[in-house]
Design a protein around this ligand. Structure first.
Ligand SMILES: C[S@@+](CC[C@H](N)C(=O)[O-])C[C@H]1O[C@@H](n2cnc3c(N)ncnc32)[C@H](O)[C@@H]1O
Length: 288
């Protein structure tokens, strides 16, 4: 059984994607909200350590053969500063690159925004992997290719010291947005007239019978334009609920947030999250 280190673990998207094909030996994340959500769903408490300064022994002691990670994406985001490795938020990734170079595991899987591809961080990672003779595949994948009505194009890299498998892409039937909606809906999610008048021209408006929603970002709870889709119903225009966004990410129906976690933090964790069916397919490269 694969022994996995889940780095920048968030709500535990990689653990959901693993679905029993590996054991998470340890998870690491600095965010208390992420760690509380992770623990509630996976029954396992991540280490709340700053990864940029964590001594290597603290990671190596778990004797994991596989690392999965979604490092902070702001340095590579379309809406970010594009400072890549110069951005202080890349310090933890740089530290892990040193660890990778000194103590390479058997396999590594990384997810990030599309802007990661071709960045200085991507170059450095590829250099280390090549130096140690890893096999490597890279993809740009969107959940719409897997039948989900949600656009979330992301970069994925899989590397292993063993040859990689090439899983075929699944056949799928596109699902309508309506399949992902709460029943009953939450009336507090509707925009008031004033909000609607102010923001409507820039909103990404979708309907239940449609087959796409835009990527929901971490700021969806407080922002309007460019933050995700808004649903048009007979009653008006509303935000998608966190449960609906979770479904659109392919999280299981059993997925929960801690009861007292504010709405904005729920959207933030989901906005940082992974599309589970896509991540699950990507992990298939490691199956022999
Ligand atoms: C893109 S999110 C990863 C989301 C995760 N894959 C999931 O399924 O939810 C990045 C995560 O890294 C954490 N993080 C950012 N910088 C960190 C650091 N220096 N040390 C530890 N965790 C960090 C954030 O709290 C955030 O949860």
């Amino acid at each position: 059984m694969r022994k996995v280190l889940e780095l920048f673990s968030g709500l535990g998207g990689w653990r959901f994607a693993l679905a029993g094909r590996g054991t998470v030996a340890a998870a690491f994340d600095i965010s208390p909200a992420a760690n509380a959500t992770y623990e509630l769903n996976h029954g396992h408490k991540p280490f709340a350590h700053e990864l940029a300064t964590l001594p290597f022994e603290r990671l190596l002691e778990h004797q994991a053969d596989t690392w999965v990670m979604s490092p902070p994406c702001q340095p590579f985001c379309r809406m970010g500063n594009h400072h890549g490795l110069e951005d202080p938020r890349s310090r933890a990734f740089l530290h892990l690159l040193d660890l990778l170079d000194q103590h390479p595991p058997e396999s590594l899987v990384l997810e990030n925004v599309e802007g990661f591809q071709g960045s200085d961080a991507h170059d450095r990672l590829a250099m280390v992997l090549d130096h140690h003779g890893f096999h490597r595949v890279e993809h740009r994948l969107c959940p719409t290719r897997f039948g989900l009505p949600n656009q979330r194009p992301r970069f994925f890299l899989v590397a292993s010291r063993r040859p990689l498998t090439q899983p075929s892409l699944p056949a799928f039937t596109p699902q309508a947005v309506a399949e992902y909606l709460d029943e009953p809906e939450d009336p507090s999610l509707y925009l008031e007239e004033g909000q609607l008048a102010k923001h409507k021209p820039g909103l990404d408006l979708v309907r239940g019978e449609g087959f796409r929603t835009a990527c929901f970002i971490g700021g969806y709870g407080r922002r309007y334009v460019g933050s995700g889709s808004f649903l048009v119903t007979d009653r008006g225009v509303r935000r998608f609920s966190p449960t609906e966004v979770a479904r659109l990410l392919g999280l299981p129906e059993s997925f929960r947030f801690p009861e007292n976690l504010p709405l904005e933090k729920r959207y933030k964790l989901l906005g940082n999250g992974l599309s589970i069916p896509v991540a699950r397919w990507v992990l298939g490269h490691l199956e022999s």
